[in-house]
Design a protein around this ligand. Structure first.
Ligand code: FO1
Length: 315
């Protein structure tokens, strides 16, 4: 059984490949909920939805989030009213948020609602929120942005979408993480997995929250020989999103070697792209076994080959 630690778009893409090379019923995804947000009175779980839409074959291939073939009637009408439309919610995507919000109001935990959404979309992979408790990623700006001064703390989506992550950050914290408990099935899945893959997600804001849930990092460290991370940094840059800048701004090195040093405590192996082959000795020097392979998921074929490399590396 394989457990994937999953954040945003890169994780969903790897998972889409993983279910083509191994039995989906033997795959469990532990998903980041630090990006979750309340907006329009709705509970929005972006990373969970990105995983669910991708595994259902319904994700928007251009953006990596939301639903393909989406319509925007509600957003346009909301715009006319002068409502908040900075965070784009398509008509089909809204159905997910309406369903989730009602079920949470019924008293169902996020994990149960996520299971319902997965089943309704015919998804065999077990998709588990990292916790059912509220954990929210918050970032402290290192410079002013518009009317926001340096030192101001903003919620994740305000940083990522509102500010288009175009502002330097001086600190990141996961509000609520210390009080949170691993979601149902999370520790058990990690404890019994033959392979644990840390997807090529942003080490700071996608994997960071999962590792901040008490008990998760310690258990991964105990099983580090089964943990294979895939570097989200290739030739010093992130393939999508602010991972490289966040790493540098927070004092890490934005390179495959820097990622190895960050993950060394709990990941025994790091898959690095062929372009970073010369960093293999630095990865090894960090105490992490380097595996060099094409790690830029430019096509389903490359993604599937990468998934096979991950499965083989853990054995
Ligand atoms: N990202 C954007 O850059 N702009 C958006 O308007 C936007 C809307 C959105 C709606 C639902 C959803 O599940 C994700 C959405 N995202 C949007 C992406 C989201 O900010 C990121 O996927 C994660 O939070 C980071 O991986």
């Amino acid at each position: 059984m394989l457990v994937a630690l999953a954040g945003g778009v890169g994780a969903a893409r790897l998972l889409a490949g993983m279910v083509r090379v191994t039995d989906p019923a033997r795959v469990t995804a532990v998903v980041n909920t630090g990006d979750d947000m309340a907006l329009h009175g709705l509970h929005i779980s972006p990373d969970i939805d990105t995983v669910l839409y991708t595994l259902a074959g319904r994700s928007n291939p251009e953006t990596g989030w939301g639903v393909t073939g989406e319509s925007w009637t509600v957003m346009a009408a909301l715009e006319e009213l002068g409502g908040e439309t900075w965070f784009r919610l398509g008509d089909r995507d809204l159905a997910t948020h309406l369903y989730r919000t009602q079920r949470l109001a019924d008293g169902a935990p996020l994990s149960q609602v996520t299971g319902e959404l997965a089943r309704r979309r015919g998804i065999a992979v077990r998709v588990l929120p990292m916790t059912d408790d509220p954990v929210r990623t918050r970032l402290t700006l290192a410079e002013s942005a518009g009317d926001l001064d340096a030192g101001v703390e903003v919620a994740f989506q305000h940083y990522f979408v509102g500010l288009r992550h175009g502002v330097a950050v001086q600190a990141v914290r996961f509000d609520g993480a210390a009080e949170s408990r691993p979601g149902p099935g999370v520790l058990e899945a990690i404890a019994s997995a033959e392979v644990i893959v840390a997807c090529p997600s942003n080490p700071v804001v996608s994997l960071g929250p999962i590792l901040a849930v008490p008990g998760v990092r310690e258990l991964l460290a105990e099983r580090r020989d089964r943990v294979v991370a895939v570097s989200p940094i290739v030739a010093g840059a992130a393939l999508k999103g602010p991972a490289d800048r966040l790493l540098t701004e927070l004092g890490h090195e934005s390179s495959a070697a820097g990622v190895a040093r960050m993950h060394a405590e709990w990941a025994g192996t790091l898959v690095i792209d062929t372009r970073d082959e010369e960093l293999a000795p630095a990865v090894a020097a960090a105490g992490v076994r380097p595996v060099v392979a094409p790690a830029v998921m430019s096509s389903p074929g490359v993604t599937e080959a990468l998934c096979r490399v991950v499965l083989d590396a853990a054995r």
